[in-house]
Design a protein around this ligand. Structure first.
Ligand code: MTE
Ligand code: MO
Length: 201
């Protein structure tokens, strides 16, 4: 049922919209709980676990190579937004400054407000993943995860952790907030990895 805000993709966009998803022109805010208010002065990105511990400040991260990204955004609640424009730091560029233990096979993204989400190292260390501080040319608004969020375009958007403040490298998979509460451990939209089979939906 095509509506004003959510519509079925036409033929020209069908190969960009995963099964079961509808397009939205707006950019809905999807947050569990309150929106943390974090200034760039206070913001930190801490690294621990199977990596040498380090804490990056805002200045540290802004001194890293900056890149522009255009990425599609797929929320498991069935809306997709195409061509979102971001500016930020590639995960692989930031990772050049991290001394990673080869035993690290997964990462838990931690956030202000205590949200977590788990990502395998293979899904994390991809060219197209990034930390974003700018959305459509403006500082990333707090409700969309400002001052800094992770964006992992090839997985459902719950993996794109808003208000990111930590990367915990792990030898084995642990589950993050939604993954413990019924979402799929990986969340690949083209395979419709929406929910965990441990839960009956
Ligand atoms: N810290 C944090 N990150 C989060 C969430 C959240 O509740 N807290 N929600 C996730 C979900 S389910 C989605 S769809 C996207 C939504 O991003 P948006 O609010 O910018 O649209 O953020 C993801 N990252
Ligand atoms: Mo979502």
């Amino acid at each position: 049922m095509p509506g004003k805000f959510f519509h079925k993709p036409g033929p020209e966009l069908r190969d960009r919209v995963p099964p079961g998803q509808h397009l939205t022109n707006g950019f809905p805010v999807l947050t569990y709980g309150d929106t943390p208010q974090v200034s760039t002065t206070d913001w930190r990105l801490k690294v621990w676990g199977l990596a040498t511990e380090v804490s990056f400040t805002w200045q540290d991260v802004m001194a890293m190579p900056q890149s522009e990204f255009t990425a599609d955004f797929h929320c498991v609640t069935t809306w997709s937004k195409l061509d979102v424009q971001w500016t930020g730091i590639k995960v692989i560029d930031l990772m050049r400054q991290i001394d990673l233990d080869p035993q690290a096979k997964h990462v838990m993204a931690h956030c202000y407000g205590d949200y977590t989400t788990n990502i395998s190292i293979d899904d994390f260390l991809r060219e197209e993943n990034f930390f974003a501080h700018t959305l459509f040319g403006e500082p990333l608004p707090a409700d969309h995860g400002g001052p800094m969020r992770l964006v992992v375009p090839h997985l459902y958007a719950w993996k794109s952790a808003k208000w990111i403040n930590g990367l915990e490298f792990l030898g084995q998979e642990e589950l993050g907030f939604w993954e413990r509460n019924g979402y799929h451990r990986r969340g690949e939209p083209w395979a419709e990895e929406r929910y965990s089979s441990r839960f009956a939906f």
